[in-house]
Design a protein around this ligand. Structure first.
Ligand SMILES: *Cc1c(COP(=O)(O)O)cnc(C)c1O
Length: 389
């Protein structure tokens, strides 16, 4: 007799895959022979910079790199992270106690919940937001409380709108600026307000800074540069979007030493660190020439302007794109996010992401990603201009 394979309750409780309907429709349109262009996924299309690949190759040849790495990250890698934090943000961090390597920041987001969320705890999450904040919370028995990010409030959560009893029970607060999916930036004043709020209610603040280097105005700050932030905060940095390294799985967490130690304790028990050759490539990325990153920004800026121009031509009103490689735009009257995404796909073979996939407050928006070769983006732009809404 076969056993009945029943997944754990936490898996059975997962929300249905929100993009399943889009995927189904995409396959149907493809089957009609339509050349589909995807503006759906945020994954840099440009290759990793050559000096980083060279460091990987050199590192891969060293036998000492073939064994288990240090769980927390090689001392030289954590030194490079500290150097980067000081140079880029003016934030001082002790490599030995205030920095830990991550196998991509997604891993850090999920494991922060393992380290700090008990059943019944509340975690404050941005809505719309990266889904892993609430999924990690749910996997560990916590409940997410959605903080709506609205255009009226500059896509910053309204801390004053969080009910007192929720704030009292909250254990952890997630932030993400530069923001995916809204492309908004935080202000230093907002970060200061967060420190005051979290201090008052005894809440750990985790700032996901995956897009810190993708910006179109002044370089965005680190949350940790805010006075008091080091007492209650941790920040996740990723090499994925900055250096076109999404496939490499290398990132780091930096901040308060007790929070870093808690995250490190989970990792010591569930993973065994990052291949040291990848860490050596990470050192080359963080401490090497940053001009290729500036060139990437200009590439994205050009693509952003192409999309903004096309959206203007069909009467859509995108939010200001101040950072990231996304364009967040309101849908016109009479459409839901999914309905507009469906028009893009059915009428012109262009995949966009419905904002509702990022949370209830994302309803009424769609997101365009700029991570596809410019000639394909140009083709998408030509098609968008023909769309009659
Ligand atoms: C892409 C992305 C990440 C994940 O980055 P990795 O370091 O590749 O795991 C984390 N947070 C946000 C908001 C992202 O968009």
């Amino acid at each position: 007799m076969a056993v009945s394979i029943l997944p754990a309750e936490r898996i059975r409780q997962l929300p249905p895959y929100l993009f399943a309907e889009i995927d189904r429709m995409k396959n149907e349109v493809k089957a009609r022979g339509v050349d589909i262009i995807s503006l759906g996924i945020g994954d840099p299309d440009s290759p990793t910079f050559p000096h980083i690949i060279a460091a990987l190759n050199a590192g891969a040849a060293k036998p000492e790199n073939h064994q288990y790495p240090d769980y927390e990250g090689m001392p030289s890698f954590r030194e490079a992270c500290a150097t980067y934090m000081q140079r880029r943000f003016g934030v001082k961090a002790d490599p030995a106690s205030e920095i830990v390597s991550l196998i991509g920041s997604k891993e850090g987001v999920a494991n922060m919940a393992v380290a700090f969320v008990d059943p019944g705890d509340i975690v404050l999450v941005p809505d719309p937001g990266y889904p892993v904040y609430s999924i990690g919370t749910g996997f560990n028995g916590g409940s997410s409380y959605a903080m709506p990010l609205t255009a009226e409030n500059g896509f910053l959560p309204d801390l004053n709108a969080i009910p007192e009893d929720i704030a009292r029970r909250a254990k952890l607060l997630w932030l993400n600026y530069p923001n995916n999916p809204t492309a908004a930036l935080a202000t230093e004043q907002f970060f200061a307000d967060v420190v005051a709020f979290a201090t008052k209610h005894n809440i750990i603040v985790a700032h996901d800074n995956a897009y810190s280097e993708i910006y179109y105005e002044d370089p965005p700050p680190s949350f940790l540069a805010t006075p008091g932030a080091m007492d209650l905060g941790i920040e996740l940095h990723s090499l994925s979007k900055t250096y076109n390294m999404t496939g490499w799985r290398v990132a780091f967490a930096v901040g308060n030493r007790e929070i870093v130690a808690g995250l490190g304790k989970v990792k010591t028990n569930v993973d065994s660190g990052i291949f040291q050759a990848v860490q050596e490539a990470g050192i080359a990325a963080l401490t090497g020439d940053q001009q290729p990153v500036a060139d990437m920004r200009e590439l994205y800026r050009g693509r952003r302007d192409l999309i903004l121009d096309a959206l203007d031509a069909i009467g859509l009103q995108p939010e200001p794109v101040r950072s990231t490689f996304y364009v967040w735009t309101h849908v016109p009257k009479g459409y839901t996010s999914s309905e507009l995404a469906s028009r893009f796909l059915q009428d012109i073979g262009v995949v966009v992401t419905p904002g509702s996939g990022f949370g209830a407050a994302g309803e009424g928006y769609i997101r365009f990603s700029l991570t596809l070769p410019t000639n394909r983006l140009t083709e998408a732009v030509e098609r968008i201009k023909t769309l009659k809404l």
